[in-house]
Design a binder for this molecule. Structure first.
Ligand SMILES: Cc1cc2nc3c(=O)[nH]c(=O)nc-3n(C[C@H](O)[C@H](O)[C@H](O)COP(=O)(O)O)c2cc1C
Length: 335
């Protein structure tokens, strides 16, 4: 049979209810109703980033998105949100079709509650053993996100995760690949390996419909792959949560902050727990500062390595069409 995009990612499009199996990865402060609706209207599958939103705010975002698109879209919830149960209830009340659970292993209870209300649940699988556990707990689909991605990341690359996980579970549930995807040719490769679709974040930040500050977008357009680094850790006694973003003054200040914390710990002024908390608090509010206020020097400019392939601001429709043309071109060459 001749391979077509439609049959290569048929499982993904059927699961999502979208024309293309391209998820617009939820990005806190970035993925609001405008970007999400634009991605869904362009044939992809937009996902609202709940981030630290209150249940009321999430309700508003979902309702605003519904006014902009008739197409399916999802909500991404961070499982350690203090109001997780109320956010789950919002998704139920708003009759969401899909919810993505991110930021740590979701409880089987959360998965069950959502599924009992007919909501399809997508979970992040950072390793094969966890992929199997999530499937046992009822996850309907998985996202495998490698360390090339922007934002919070694990230690393993997309290509390795895909090779480890796809052959084992790729025929059980739809598996979407995220991290480092900037072109359609790469989409085809992962589909041929058994993926049902892909998830892109970085590539959508410079969409015209994206609310990110002009300076945030310009930083993306200027940056090369190597500028998107993981947050550096100074001392193994004080582990740092790995986040990929553009190197800036803030990253340097973070190193200096860690040095001061370690010095105070060594001199007995603070204990381990206090030091760890001080390190974790350093970036509080900093993504908002960069995305919304445009402080790209001191804020957190989360970006994946595919940032090097972001060349200009352009409408979502154009970005999606480029990806589809590249994917189609790659398929044509294989015939
Ligand atoms: C600015 C930014 C914020 C993000 N916020 C979230 C988030 O709130 N929840 C989440 O699950 N993933 C988040 N991500 C990850 C994306 O959803 C997506 O998986 C990732 O960007 C895919 O890799 P790519 O950046 O190489 O395309 C974020 C990524 C970026 C760049």
């Amino acid at each position: 049979m001749t391979k077509t995009l439609e049959n290569l990612w048929g499982k993904g499009t059927e699961f999502l209810g979208s024309k293309y199996a391209i998820l617009g990865g939820a990005m806190t402060w970035v993925s609001d109703h405008n970007l999400v609706a634009a991605i869904s209207n362009a044939g992809g599958f937009g996902v609202i980033a709940c981030g630290a939103m209150t249940p009321d705010l999430l309700t508003q975002e979902i309702q605003k998105t519904k006014t902009l698109t008739q197409k399916p879209f999802g909500v991404n919830l961070i499982t350690m949100h203090p109001d997780m149960d109320a956010l789950v209830q919002v998704c139920i009340d708003e009759k969401m079709s899909h919810v993505v659970l991110a930021g740590g292993l979701p409880s089987s209870n959360t998965i069950k509650t959502l599924k009992d209300h007919g909501i399809k649940v997508i979970c992040f699988a950072p390793a094969l053993v966890l992929a199997k556990k999530l499937l046992k707990n009822g996850a309907d689909a998985l996202v495998i996100e490698g360390m090339e991605a922007g934002g919070h990341i694990g230690p393993v690359s997309t290509t390795v995760l895909a090779q480890e996980i796809l052959p084992e579970v790729g025929d059980q549930v739809p598996v979407f690949i995220a991290g480092g995807i900037g072109r359609g040719e790469a989409i085809i490769s992962y589909l041929e390996m058994g993926a049902a679709g892909v998830q892109l974040g970085t590539r959508f930040v410079c969409a015209t419909e994206c609310r990110a500050h002009e300076k945030f977008k310009q930083a993306f357009i200027r940056a090369q792959a190597r500028d998107a680094i993981t947050s550096p850790q100074l001392d193994p006694r004080f582990p740092v949560i790995p986040v990929r973003g553009l190197v800036n003054k803030g990253v340097m200040a973070f190193l200096e902050h860690q040095r001061k914390v370690v010095d105070r710990f060594n001199s007995g002024e603070i204990n381990q727990k206090e030091g760890q908390l001080e390190i974790e608090h350093f970036w509080a509010g900093s993504l908002r500062r960069a995305v919304i206020e445009g402080d790209i020097e001191n804020g957190s400019v989360m970006a994946g390595q595919s940032v090097g392939m972001v060349k200009k601001e352009q409408p979502v429709q154009e970005i999606v069409q480029e990806l589809i043309d590249q994917a189609q071109g790659a398929l044509n060459k294989r015939r």
